[in-house]
Ligand binder design. Structure first.
Ligand SMILES: [Zn+2]
Length: 569
């Protein structure tokens, strides 16, 4: 969409100064810029970091409807005040544009929040009691799912059994994974639905744990988990709505006002659209469905893109390789700790001609690419493909993205810049992987791993995100990671590959304007600029003066989306 800004255009016609301000940012942003100087909301006494180079700092912001109408000194902004204006005095706090997470898995995150989390169940009794409470609150026909349990902290660290939970769960099927995801506990109702009995053989690569009489205890290991997991019904609509709402609350509490949802299911996109139509979405969502499903839907005439101003499409997600953790990221040279192994190309890259032709088709249809590539060779191959598509289909503003862009051959960093490829990165992964990645790839390749500094120095645009729920959603945790590169185990407090650190301003830029650019919306949001959407965040502390080690402790006090306060601490 181009958000309508009809009234704003009238104002622009009236005031040359205002015209200059508003036109500074290409597209139009917001809807309700009324000609009279009347603000619905004023944020004052603030240290505003605008992400707008033409006016990097300000004291106050005026908002009319969903639109920023004035940015500047308290006196300038005060001219927009009326008796009806809500004034928020933030007492010197820092205000920044709302965070835009450039790579999340929205419904997976929401489901994880909605599922039962037993990580801190301290005893077998508490474990059983909490499962019983959840079963009692679960609508008939739904399963109790989740898990994340760990029996090792219990007084008697024995694996739980179905008999421990059967009496509190009754007919409600329960299937709960251990925290390591290598085993799960099913209750009797779940085993019955799955047809698992004493006579059921364990599948290859799995184990059905049995008691002295040969009856399954409910614990299923590795491949045996599939005996039950494959019959779990798709989540009901009620459950999906619940998960989405949990996700929305979580995002609002962390100052996330826009997200870019990678690989959502078609029915989830419909759900976003429905909620948006009712005005119930407190985050702006850009969806990037899988390229393979996009191509299939297009072939059968089944494409149904969302079209509202809050949920948007226009991008497709594809995969070039796997992950470093599972040694499936695809490299030029073998893994240091697994001689002879180079990793694996994703299915959709085999054969490469298939990938190329799907990309050519999507590009001709105006779609933007978001291609997952982790290993250096996978990244190089995607750069090749992007170059081939551009050469074949001609110049346009295509803004191709590589998702993760994790391990980059030094000679390819400049290619990102030359091809205009956006590096869509998740700094938190760097401080997580940094604990062990060097063993896997060796010191030389580590130098251009998560190479945020090298990207920026080469003129590559960064879009920052989290990959939630793979990593925590908190943007300030991501800023902390990008700025400190201090690994999660505390062993490298001065940073893993410290040469690749970036500044607080650069990290915030990647999380706001950079992420907006990566979804073609930098003319509408991502900076505190007159004429842009009023998506704003008030932080508890100033990240520019806080010690880097405490950046992750900065919390969001207020979140504003389109001029509406959607979260207040
Ligand atoms: Zn992801």
């Amino acid at each position: 969409m181009r958000a309508t800004c009809a009234v704003a255009r009238k104002v622009i016609a009236m005031s040359p100064l205002f015209a200059a301000l508003a036109s500074a940012g290409a597209g139009g942003g917001c809807r309700s810029l009324e000609p009279p100087r009347r603000a619905d909301l004023i944020i004052t006494n603030a240290g505003v970091w605008t992400a707008d180079p033409s006016q990097p700092k300000a004291e106050a912001i005026a908002v009319a409807g969903d639109c920023i109408v004035a940015v500047g000194t308290a006196a300038i902004v005060d001219a927009w005040r009326t008796p009806d204006t809500r004034v928020i005095d933030v007492r010197g706090r820092t205000v920044i544009p709302g965070f835009n997470d450039a790579h999340i898995h929205l419904m997976d995150g929401g489901r994880q929040l909605d599922d039962l989390d037993l990580k801190d169940a301290a005893t077998a009794e508490e474990f059983a009691r909490r499962i019983g409470e959840r079963a009692a609150a679960t609508p008939k026909g739904e399963w109790v799912l989740g898990g994340n349990w760990d029996e090792q902290g219990w007084t008697a660290p024995l694996l739980p059994t179905r008999s421990l939970i059967d009496k509190v769960t009754g007919d409600t099927p329960v299937f709960l994974g251990r925290y390591d995801l290598h085993m799960a506990l099913a209750n009797t109702a779940a085993l019955r639905l799955a047809g698992v009995t004493a006579a059921t053989p364990a599948p290859a690569g799995g184990e059905v744990v049995r008691d002295a009489r040969g009856e399954p205890t409910g614990i299923l290991k590795d491949a045996a988990m599939g005996l039950v997991s494959r019959i779990i019904p798709a989540p009901t609509r009620e459950r999906r709505v619940r998960a989405l709402k949990r996700a929305l609350d979580h995002m609002a509490s962390l100052g996330v006002t826009s997200v870019q949802d990678m690989g959502p299911a078609a029915e989830d996109v419909e759900l976003y659209d429905e909620l948006a139509a009712k005005g119930g979405l407190t985050v702006r969502i850009r969806v990037a469905p899988l390229l393979t499903s996009w191509a299939a839907a297009r072939a059968t005439g089944g494409l149904k893109p969302p079209s509202g101003p809050v949920v948007r499409s226009g991008a497709v997600k594809a995969f070039a390789d796997g992950s470093l953790g599972s040694t499936t990221a695809f490299f030029f040279a073998p893994y240091t700790d697994a001689p002879g192994q180079f990793g694996l190309l994703a299915d959709e890259m085999q054969p490469i001609d298939g990938m190329r032709s799907r990309l050519m088709e999507a590009d001709k249809a105006g779609q933007q690419f978001c291609i997952h590539a982790i290993g250096d060779r996978a990244n190089a191959m995607v750069l090749d493909l992007v170059g081939e598509v551009a050469a074949a289909n001609g110049a346009r503003d295509r803004r191709p993205r590589i998702e993760h862009a994790q391990h980059i051959a030094p000679s390819d960093i400049g290619r990102f810049a030359r091809l205009g490829v956006i590096a869509s990165v998740q700094p938190y992964h760097a401080i997580d992987d940094g604990r062990w990645a060097e063993k896997r790839i060796g010191p030389e390749r580590a130098k251009t791993t998560y190479p945020f500094r090298s990207f920026l120095d080469a003129g590559v645009r960064l879009a920052i995100g989290t990959d939630w729920p793979v990593a925590p959603l908190s943007p300030m945790a991501g800023v902390y990671a990008a700025v400190t590169r201090a690994t999660l185990d505390g062993k490298r407090p001065d940073g893993w590959i410290p040469e690749q650190k970036i500044s607080v301003a650069e990290a915030l830029q990647g999380y706001t304007l950079g992420a907006a650019y990566a979804e073609y919306t930098e003319g509408e949001k991502g900076s505190v600029t007159v004429g842009r959407l009023a998506d704003l965040v008030v932080l508890s502390d100033d990240p520019f003066v806080a010690p880097p080690s405490s950046l992750r402790d900065i919390i969001v006090e207020t979140t504003i989306v389109g001029g509406k306060v959607v979260y207040e601490k």
